[in-house]
Write a protein that binds this ligand. Structure first.
Ligand code: SAM
Length: 253
């Protein structure tokens, strides 16, 4: 198909057969699974996934690409902005948890990750190509530069594994950044905290990374009359995920 890449949709099409093969192997799709691909583009992943599992649901915002894929009988095409897609309803309509995959548009990759977090109970796993820097943030441990809000919020609900590095030359047009593929598997055991409450706590903590937490989180906790133990003489990036979760549980509502 003839198609000029649209920058506004973050279109960088994978062309490296070796990278494609490694990604599909990592996904290991099986017939009967409820696979959902975000942004099929020109089909670099769509075709080999379809060859292995026989049917696939794709979500594509680009009208021309969506029209192209609608001609394939084995594909269910949702022409939409992925951020508007109700993944919980999609899973319910299939009667099973979803396996969500995609070489994501980098300009909205964090919003997509947070959108999917809302449907985490309906997801079996996620395999995504992302900007390498985002993968570093997703997998970062406390006391590292990459550690931040994204690390805490997503490590709360997923086990996250950095799988494959992919160079700019593997795409057409080549992005200006390095890329990496990540696997995210929802955790069975996770702290039972309210997402909005944890999100606010973590946002306040990381609002001024360089300052000690007593200047940021300290005030927030004070306003909530928190009287438990928490060392505020640290910077946000020094606090491990488990301690944020305990604190969120201890100062809930
Ligand atoms: N999967 C193809 C590949 O690997 O070559 C294309 C990947 S390209 C990086 C991102 C794809 O996501 C494009 O097809 C683009 O049109 C689509 N896309 C961008 N923004 C989107 C959105 N908000 N909702 C759904 N699809 C979107």
């Amino acid at each position: 198909m003839k198609h000029i890449a649209r920058k506004r949709f973050g279109q960088h099409f994978l062309t490296d057969q070796d990278a494609i093969e490694r990604i599909v192997q990592a996904i290991a799709p099986q017939p009967g699974q409820a696979l959902v691909e975000i942004g099929p583009g020109l089909g670099a992943l769509t075709q080999p996934l379809l060859a292995r599992c026989g049917a696939l649901c794709v979500i594509e915002i680009d009208r021309d690409l969506a029209a192209h894929w609608r001609r394939r009988a084995q594909l269910e095409v949702i022409e939409a902005d992925v951020l508007q897609v109700d993944f919980a309803a999609l899973a319910r309509s299939r009667g099973t948890k979803l396996r969500v995959v995609g070489n994501l548009p980098y300009n909205i990759s964090s919003p997509i990750l947070f959108h999917l977090l809302e449907a985490v109970n309906h997801v079996a796993d996620q395999h995504f190509m992302l900007q390498a820097e985002v993968v570093q943030r997703l997998t970062a441990s406390a006391a590292t530069k990459a550690y931040g809000r994204l690390s805490v919020m997503l490590q709360w609900r997923y086990q996250i594994e950095h799988l494959i590095d992919v160079a700019p030359a593997s795409f057409e047009p080549a992005p200006r950044v390095n890329s990496a593929v990540v696997r995210m598997q929802p955790l069975h055991d996770f702290a039972p905290v309210q997402p909005a409450h944890l999100s606010e706590l973590v946002r306040v903590a990381f609002s001024q990374r360089r300052k000690l937490l007593r200047h940021t989180l300290g005030r927030w906790l004070e306003a909530r009359r928190f009287d438990g133990q928490f060392d505020l003489q640290r910077r946000a990036e020094e606090v491990p995920v488990a301690q944020y979760l305990s604190l969120a549980a201890a100062c809930a509502g």
